[in-house]
Design a protein around this ligand. Structure first.
Ligand code: HEC
Length: 142
């Protein structure tokens, strides 16, 4: 889907180029190895979901778009233990919540409007939340 690729490319290019030997100045979040693994597992779920949503969009399969988007919504973070939530900075939690909420909205609109172009622009907006959080934080083991 040409439009999707253009949107992805423009999102990626909007970030400054990464130099191989550049120092990582992003804020460090220290987590126990178990909590770090939980967060990274959730991240890989995001990526897997994006792959599935883009595939469903290319087929105009809005039921699948809604199903996958809902699985990435606010219900996804409910199983996170309270101590892990407390260990995350407020800015991180806010951004995370905003991205989950966007997926809930994509699911609702996919069901009610079944408009793939609308879903695509919502997705691009959601992805800018991934990009900005990744440019701000890194997670290291305690
Ligand atoms: C609230 C902040 C935040 C949001 C929102 C966020 N991420 Fe992440 N993500 C991180 C951090 C921090 C890391 C670890 C980076 C590091 O330590 O270098 C990470 C790591 C990842 C990884 C690597 C996982 C691994 O196993 O190493 C993937 C893939 C990823 N994110 C995908 C996404 C996608 C896709 C989205 C949006 C749908 C997203 N993330 C949204 C903060 C976020």
């Amino acid at each position: 889907m040409k439009k999707f690729i253009c949107l992805l490319a423009s999102l990626l290019l909007s970030n400054s180029p990464v130099e191989a030997d550049a120092e990582d100045t992003r804020t460090v979040i220290q987590l126990s190895p178990k909590h770090r693994a939980m967060v990274l597992t959730e991240m890989r779920e995001f990526l897997r979901g994006l792959q599935q949503i883009s595939e469903a969009l290319s087929r105009e399969d809005m039921d699948s778009v809604a199903g996958v988007a809902r699985s990435l919504g606010t219900s996804m973070s409910q199983h996170m233990p309270a101590e892990l939530k407390q260990a995350l900075p407020q800015g991180f939690r806010k951004l995370g919540h905003s991205v989950h909420s966007h997926f809930d909205q994509i699911a609702l609109d996919a069901e009610s409007l079944a408009d793939s172009g609308h879903a695509l622009s919502q997705l691009a907006h959601t992805l800018s939340g991934c990009v900005s959080c990744h440019s701000m934080y890194q997670i290291r083991n305690e």
